[in-house]
Design a binder for this molecule. Structure first.
Ligand code: XMP
Length: 528
């Protein structure tokens, strides 16, 4: 995950070295919340690499290993004497203690998990404004038994004598708890102390500075060349369109491929909004029929996804040739994608990332060899919530900025079995009702996703004097932080009743509405 600094690019003020904790990214986000730019790098990043980046502080994350176990991940020991302040969190603290001559042992019978009140022994620098007795989140099986020379205790808990420690002279700090998690009530105060007072960082990572720097970098990178962007209407590609428009104006061409699986009114909204209202040129590619033809008789969900992905690439390829040539392809890659795939797809000669895949979950086959673009990825330093802020600041309406996630293959994966024009019409109508009513109830922003699924089975119902034999719609509403896990939303009965009544009365082909009350896991959010 090491990352060599690129000339002209902002260098991180705080580097987080990742020892495998599930919270490493969260530490980076918390530091950025203080308006200080931070990145996560692999634990094996060397002191020399760090020197080139010249960060003002280093944070060592937690991790699942024991520092005394064979093969435990270690950092470059030179890090302790670079003169850069270091904060070790959990495993990071244990590593600091061990490498500097202290002792870490298994905390037999004293492992500490969950909330614990922190008793502050030294309320200066790191723990300024951290209240004694405030809750900190603990999660450790190992403990520090003996401190290295020069270290003192800053705080303890009932089970952990050395809960926060420091070598003030060398600006080395360690905490056994996790200040980054929300349960640690004074965690942010501690992070602020570290980045502002100990490291001397300035709060300069703001939406405005990001936009200013990104615009300049895009201009430097692209020059007078043309850039193509596949617009989906989601927050990432929409923000990107606004940013590129600001940077390079008419050198930008957006392409919107209408596969026919969007929600009701969305293609029209997209064209109206970008093309007419904001003067961002969007090529509208009508492709509904060709996608539908390809999906005829296909019922297997994976097969469906593959076909849609392949067809998307094909249309993209044809249309970019027709509209091109383009030198650059703009992609809404975000920071978490970069962390996951660091080091891949880099042209060894130029150092630029090259597109071997279109990101948008259509990435089945990749682009053909003769259609390689250079990439413009100005959002690659941002987390999703930061993209939203940038989008908002560039003038994107809340309707786009806070919209629910929507899968690339769209409604096609919310129709089980074969996708037909009739089922699509039916689902589009039901989906609109769900969204309208959830918004009307003021719950849209409390819910991660609220949508309808169409099942290809028929059941008997009665409407007026007539027997019906029609499809059911599943109401799927979930709450989630990131889509990785989810719980079904406890919607008010009255709201469910309104949704059900409206769908059965207004949507042709549906005579029943059922509710999905499965969490993820074991269910998934989508049905497919
Ligand atoms: P599942 O169904 O796996 O979905 O629980 C997790 C989240 O991912 C979204 N999703 C997709 N998003 N392209 C996307 O951009 C896709 O192909 C895709 N499939 C699922 C889903 O809506 C949920 O938010």
């Amino acid at each position: 995950m090491s990352q060599v600094p690129i000339e002209g690019q902002r260098q991180p003020a705080i580097v987080i070295l990742d020892f495998g904790s599930q919270y490493s990214e969260l530490i980076a986000r918390r530091v950025r919340e203080t308006e200080v730019f931070s990145v996560v790098l692999g634990y094996s990043t060397t002191a020399d690499e760090l020197r080139q980046m010249a960060p003002k502080g280093i944070i060592l994350s937690g991790g699942p290993s024991s520092v005394y176990a064979e093969g435990a991940p270690l950092c470059d020991p030179e890090i302790w004497s670079m003169g850069i302040p270091v904060l070790g969190v959990c495993y990071g603290m244990q590593l600091m203690v061990q490498q500097l001559g202290g002792r870490v042992v298994a905390a037999t019978g004293k492992a500490e998990y969950g909330k614990a009140p922190l008793e502050v022994d030294d309320p200066t620098d790191l723990l300024t404004n951290v209240d004694s007795g405030s809750t900190m989140w603990m999660s450790h099986g190992d403990s520090v038994e003996a401190l290295p020379q020069g270290f003192v205790r800053l705080a303890h808990t009932a089970n952990t004598p050395e809960a926060a420690v420091a070598n003030h002279d060398r600006q080395l700090y360690g905490v056994q708890f996790h200040p980054e998690v929300v349960h640690s009530t004074c965690g942010m105060a501690m992070i602020r102390n570290f980045v502002y007072h100990i490291c001397g960082c300035e709060p300069d990572w703001t939406t405005a500075t990001f936009i200013e720097e990104a615009v300049k970098q895009i201009r430097d990178q692209v020059g007078d060349k043309r850039v193509l962007l596949a617009l989906s209407g989601g927050v990432d590609s929409s923000t990107l369109a606004f940013l590129l428009k600001k940077a390079i104006g008419d050198q930008l061409t957006c392409m919107f491929i209408d596969q026919g699986f969007m929600r009701k009114g969305e293609p029209e909204f997209l064209m109206d909004f970008f093309d007419r209202k904001f003067n961002i040129h969007v090529e509208y590619i009508k492709a509904r029929q060709r996608f539908l033809t390809k999906l005829k008789d296909v019922t297997d969900p994976e097969q469906k996804r593959k076909i849609i992905g392949t067809e998307f690439i094909r249309v993209f390829e044809e249309e970019s040739r027709r509209l091109g040539p383009f030198d650059y392809l703009a992609q809404g890659t975000l920071y978490p994608d970069v962390i996951e795939s660091a080091g891949t797809n880099v042209d060894p000669k130029t150092g630029e990332r090259v597109a071997v895949k279109i990101k948008s979950h259509h990435n089945v086959g990749g682009l053909p060899k003769d259609l390689q673009f250079k990439l413009v990825e100005p959002l690659r330093k941002l987390f999703k919530d930061e993209v939203r802020k940038v989008g908002r600041s560039l003038g994107l309406p809340e309707e786009i900025v806070r919209r629910h996630p929507f899968p690339g293959p769209g409604l096609a994966i919310r129709i089980l079995g074969e996708v037909t024009a009739e089922k699509l019409d039916c689902l589009r109508d039901a989906d609109l009702i769900v969204r309208e009513e959830v918004k009307e109830a003021g719950l849209y922003h409390d819910i991660w996703q609220a949508f309808a699924v169409l099942l290809p089975v028929r059941s008997v119902g009665v409407m007026g004097d007539k027997r019906t034999y029609a499809w059911p719609i599943v109401l799927r509403c979930v709450s989630s932080e990131d889509g990785m896990t989810a719980d079904w939303s406890r919607l008010p009965y009255d709201l469910m009743e309104t949704i059900s009544n409206r769908i059965v009365n207004e949507v042709n082909g549906v005579n029943r509405v059922v509710l999905d009350i499965t969490s993820k896991p074991p269910g998934t959010i989508e049905w497919e």
